[in-house]
Design a protein around this ligand. Structure first.
Ligand SMILES: Cc1ncc(C[n+]2csc(CCOP(=O)(O)OP(=O)(O)O)c2C)c(N)n1
Ligand code: SF4
Length: 293
């Protein structure tokens, strides 16, 4: 408790007793540190936070925090997070997982959370590989990449996660990396503060199955801060232009922040409930509304 009577939280308050079992050097260690720092800066107590993930190495992350956590089903972090948020609008809801979880099996969900402007922050640990299942191609693997499932090299173009969410109209789109932990924490904090769907793509190296160029040294060599480029985060088309360089350049910071965020789906649902509650039939007659007379 501070002198002013308010609770102040430290990053350690969001760290659980569970010891991470990631490979030594995995980028996800930095990501969880960035999340602790961002949550401490936001200052919500852990019991007011729900953290949902899918399945994958990266999806273990909620267990390493003191927030309510759900390491759920492969590709289904977003619909579960959405249900939690709608049923408990006052909770701060985070979702996280890998590039496979988010853009392969779960890729169909993102568009719908974006068009509803669900007030959820979605963090993808993009390592361009399926880590947990031991190194198969993922949707963000580079064309030509050889893995155990592509012995002669991948024939497919990678998904561009940044363009994907920008094209669907996401109101907040950013990128971070363990090469800049302070910047990563600040970016996650900003994403959480955005009133609506916020997406943060984090280039998080897989030291076991990832390529040399995607390790810390390689990432540093191609990283560039969007702020130092003078990028205006209110300019969506400029953000899309920069996002096209995904895979060649590692732009760090906020690509796009909608200066006039639309209402969230939660706000609209509440409004509709208030409007209809005046003439609402008793609960036991609710099905009558759907029966054709
Ligand atoms: C429905 C279903 N299909 C496939 C799997 C197997 N599986 C588990 S994790 C995973 C991919 C992991 O890759 P990613 O999501 O990128 O996370 P990472 O492990 O790299 O962090 C797959 C295919 C599963 N658990 N459930
Ligand atoms: S396999 Fe890769 S992603 Fe999974 S814990 Fe190890 S380094 Fe991290």
């Amino acid at each position: 408790m501070s002198a002013t009577g308010t609770c102040e939280y430290q990053p350690k308050d969001y760290k659980s007793d569970l010891k991470p079992i990631w490979c030594p050097g995995c980028g996800d260690f930095s990501v969880v540190q960035g999340i602790y720092r961002a949550l401490a800066a936001i200052g919500r107590p852990p019991h007011e936070i729900a953290f949902v993930s899918g399945i994958g190495c990266s999806s273990r992350i909620p267990g390493y925090t003191t927030a309510y956590g759900f390491n759920s089903v492969h590709g289904r972090a977003l619909p579960i997070a959405q249900g939690i948020k709608l049923a408990n609008p006052d909770l701060l809801v985070l979702a996280a997982g890998g590039d496979g979880d988010g853009f392969s099996i779960g890729g169909g969900h993102i568009a719908h959370l974006i068009r509803r402007n669900m007030d959820i922050t979605y963090i993808v640990m993009d390592n361009q590989i399926y880590g947990l299942t031991k190194g198969q191609l993922s949707p963000t693997s580079q064309k030509g990449r050889t893995t155990c499932t592509s012995r002669y090299g991948s024939l497919e173009e990678p998904v561009n996660p940044l363009l994907y969410v920008l094209a669907y109209g996401a109101g907040f789109v950013a990128q971070a990396s363990p090469t800049d932990l302070v910047g990563m924490a600040a970016t996650i904090e900003e994403a959480i503060r955005y009133p609506g769907f916020a997406f943060v793509n984090i280039q998080s190296p897989c030291v076991t199955y990832g390529e040399e160029a995607q390790q810390i040294k390689g990432l540093k060599a191609i990283s560039e801060s969007l702020q130092s480029l003078g990028h205006n985060p209110a300019d969506r088309l400029a953000a899309m232009d920069l996002a096209q360089q995904y895979g060649n350049k590692l732009h760090l910071g906020v690509f796009y922040r909608n200066p006039e965020p639309p209402p969230t789906y939660g706000d609209l649902v509440k409004e509709r409930q208030t409007l209809l509650s005046k003439d609402a039939p008793p609960k036991e007659r609710i099905l009558d509304l759907f029966i054709k007379k």
